[in-house]
Design a protein around this ligand. Structure first.
Ligand code: EPU
Length: 430
């Protein structure tokens, strides 16, 4: 088993060039199946989720060629083969392939998806939308079996603006006959990126980034080259790393408008934040102040930054409150932060009350999901003594070169193999 061993208490200082977005890359890696031409994606993060997703594409007959952070994909010959169930279950966005594959192949079987355990994460909006487009989908014994005589345009309304459902249905409608409208669509930057990618392939999508998206069906899509934008969650994580260690961190290659809620909350804690055209800088001296956070769909405070933010608030002065409104139980970090000496109460699974403590103490903690893992790494960087974070495969799902980046900022973090009887150095996972 690999773990992170972190010696805390060092201020992080320096510049981070933020890599490609996990969530954008995963959506693009579903949309690629719509085109028979070659797609080349650049700036794709080399993380376990993108590697699994490309392996899944290979299960369906795609030819995939990785070259550093670029990946060339040829989906000219797809087939509805049996897929590795473990592969599908290990990433939630495997499900985003159902609609595009159905549009392309007419029939498809796909085991139910997996992903982080942070709430119920239903897929009812996806299923309803695909049904409206003309898909017949049956679910039995953990497998979705879908068929269609051909997709046609439809008027859809999402009960909540789900990024996943918006992206899945927008992609599925691209080759449908006629016009599809998605009302109460998610406005996340990943939706806009996906629409730009599909339009570059020849799709006709308007309104992405607003709550009403219109997709006018086209006959076919061509190949294209596309650059995955920077990961806004990683950017926020590194900004919080600067604040929690009372350091000075600049993230580059990011769009500051995607950081607005995080920037504002960091300012409320008393951290200094500057921003430019494509960078944001955070520095902090002394103890910061607690604040109140409420997660919301974009452009509200992102649920994916809630757990890293909790690590910071755990050492801020005064009482902070975090209200999680997107997921039912994104709370895996709380028990572990409390093991490190935090004082966090959970009167309700969606509300945490954080009574700030002067400092955290290093100990052994477990990552229960991706962002909980990131929160524990941040806590470890600020804590006194050594923190060992176990279950780091969760963190490897979403943070490329995490330890190299933190070491570059002066952090003391090491990936080690944990055999039964002690530590030994590990080969870093790229
Ligand atoms: N929802 C439904 N029914 C559906 C779909 C969603 O009720 O059919 C609800 C969910 O219950 C939840 C909300 O909509 O309350 C949002 O969940 P959703 O399923 O839409 O999330 P997602 O699109 O699968 C993406 C990101 C998540 C991020 C959320 C919210 C990817 C691969 N994942 O998930 O990222 O938390 O949007 O912003 O894009 C992460 O990176 O750590 C992560 C979990």
């Amino acid at each position: 088993m690999q773990v992170f061993s972190i010696s805390g208490g060092k201020e992080l200082r320096g510049i981070v060039d933020v890599g490609g977005s996990k969530n954008s890359a995963l959506s693009l890696l579903a949309a690629v199946v719509l085109s028979e031409g070659e797609i080349v994606l650049h700036n794709v993060p080399h993380i376990s989720d993108t590697r699994l997703k490309t392996r899944l594409l290979e299960n369906f007959g795609a030819k995939v060629q990785w070259d550093g952070n670029s990946v060339a994909i040829d989906c000219s010959k797809l087939s509805n083969a049996a897929v590795e169930e473990d592969l599908v279950r290990s990433i939630r966005t495997s499900f985003f392939l159902l609609g595009p594959l159905l549009a392309r192949l007419g029939t498809v079987s796909l085991p139910a998806p997996g992903g982080c355990q942070i709430g119920a994460r239903p897929v009812d909006f996806h299923l309803q939308g695909l049904h409206q487009l003309g898909g017949n989908i049956e679910y039995s014994a953990g497998v979705y079996r879908a068929s269609t005589q051909g997709f046609h345009g439809a008027e859809m309304y999402l009960k909540t603006p789900s990024p996943g459902a918006t992206q899945h249905l927008m992609t599925s409608a691209v080759l449908a006959k006629g016009c599809t409208v998605i009302q109460n669509a998610a406005m996340e930057p990943e939706v806009t990126t996906l629409a730009s990618f599909l339009n570059a392939m020849g799709a006709r999508i308007e309104g992405a980034g607003t709550s009403r998206i219109t997709i006018t069906g086209v006959e076919s899509l061509s190949g294209t080259e596309f650059n995955v934008p920077a990961d806004r969650m990683q950017a926020s994580t590194y900004l919080i790393a600067g604040a929690i260690t009372k350091g000075d961190v600049t993230v580059r290659n990011v769009l500051p408008e995607t950081q607005i809620p995080v920037i504002n909350h960091l300012r409320e804690t008393g951290a200094d934040v500057d921003e430019g055209h494509d960078w944001v800088r955070v520095s902090a001296q002394g103890r910061l102040r607690g604040t109140r956070v409420r997660t919301l769909p974009y452009p509200g405070f992102p649920t994916d930054v809630q757990q890293p933010m909790a690590a910071l608030l755990a050492v801020c002065q005064g009482t902070s409150i975090i209200e999680e409104t997107v997921y039912e139980s994104r709370i895996g970090h709380i028990q572990e932060l409390n093991r490190m000496g935090a004082n966090i109460e959970l009167p309700h699974a969606q509300t945490s009350i954080i009574n700030g403590v002067e400092r955290l103490q290093g100990t052994t903690v477990q990552a229960t999901d991706l962002r909980a893992g990131a929160a524990l790494v941040l806590a470890g960087l600020a804590a006194e003594g050594e923190t060992v974070v176990r279950n780091i495969h969760h963190i490897d799902r979403g943070y490329e070169k995490l330890e190299a980046t933190l070491i570059g900022l002066g952090g003391r973090i090491e990936r080690v193999n944990l055999p039964e009887n002690g530590f030994s150095k590990a080969d870093p996972i790229s």
